[in-house]
Design a protein around this ligand. Sequence first.
Ligand code: FCB
Length: 471
Amino acid sequence: MANDASAVSDAPSSAVSNSPLADPFSPPADSSLWRKNFLLGAATASYQIEGAVDEDGRLPSIWDTFSATPGKVLAGDTGAVACDHYHRWEADIDMLASLGLEGYRLSIAWPRVMDAAGRPNRKGLDFYKRLLNRLKEKGITSFVTLYHWDLPQHLEDRGGWLNRDTAYRFADYADLMSRELAGTVDAWATLNEPWCSAYLGYGNGHHAPGLANDRFATQAMHHLLLAHGLAIPVLRGNDPASQKGIVANIGRGTANSDSAADQRAAHLFEVQHNAWILDPLLKGEYPLDLFELWPGTEPLVLDGDMQTIAAPLDFLGINYYFRTNVASDGAHGFRDVPLEGVERTQMGWEVYPDGLRDLLTGFKKTYRNLPPIYITENGMASDDKVIDGHVDDAQRISFLKRHLAAVDQAIKAGVDVRGYFLWSLMDNFEWAFGYERRFGVVHVDYSTQKRTVKRSAELVAKFLKERKAKV
Ligand code: FCB
């Protein structure tokens, strides 16, 4: 069916102006969000939206392999078509622009732009050049992630992130991208959420490539962070005007009781989710407590690696979704103790905006060299339905409002937060959960590819319009 995105391109303003409801999103007058230099955008990732997995020389990625393996992804869904963004990108960018969003965080599919011998694939590169040029024309700030989990399968066949060589191949890939795309990218992020790549991919097997061993997780993490550290100076050399950083998911762990054992469990939870990544990046060392949690899993670290990993950053991207309440497991670790009677999303994740504020203010205390922060993902899944051409995603509106208030509180407490990207621009392939979980502020009907702007996006658009008009 034809691309229907054009049909919604003027929806935000018309739908908003006709709305009889009070605005449940708009931040209070004293919120830092009203500052015009606070970047408000939306995020996506290549494998989750592009589709076209066999087109124009794209090679298979670990997610093609993983999602084609029975039992790995809910309902057997794959990213083969996804939002068909590879073909519909122009209308999607029009939609983004029509919402007044000022920033767009996207990722490049490594297997689309380089062949197995490391040579550029022109057709794949041209896709991203066109896209980035269009964003520039529209005045939209681009945040480009180099690695949002779609490792070329040929590299996994040689050990993937367990093989130190993959870090050097990543630096080659960063070199090619920054030579080709210099001047069109405002900010480069090397990796998205190394915790997920290392732990879910190699530690418990919930994500591609599906391996499950704590020792693998720590070694994969080391090679991921090394890849990041090797890429930073390469990006600086090729594209000096842009910002360089990395995106980490962070987790808030709260203790189920005041007991010392439960407090320790919460501490270990945060070591595993936060310090495991942020300490090497910002202090040049792994947290020793990690190896109390996972005894005997110390990775092989060569001389100079930690200095490479701790290369100075222009920004730190933070992805935040929920908190986890934990108790001691009676040994070295923690166990989840889900709280009763709390608000949850379609993912079952607890809605807990204070966690975002507490983590941000905590990082400021822990890391004296904490770089400026962008919230590079925040959002929620709900089982949204189009009714009479509209999607009333009331829980998401309230979720976003409360999380943006938490960001404002962190800013007022002195944390340098410069922007916020909604996850996600549109519903998409949610990894192991396939298409069932809808995170978009734009609804996608996967049978027709019709996009429908949800009420949350209308209200964000309304706010941005008002902010722009303010003198
Ligand atoms: C993050 C991922 C992103 C999306 C959200 C819901 O962990 O970076 O791709 O799946 O979760």
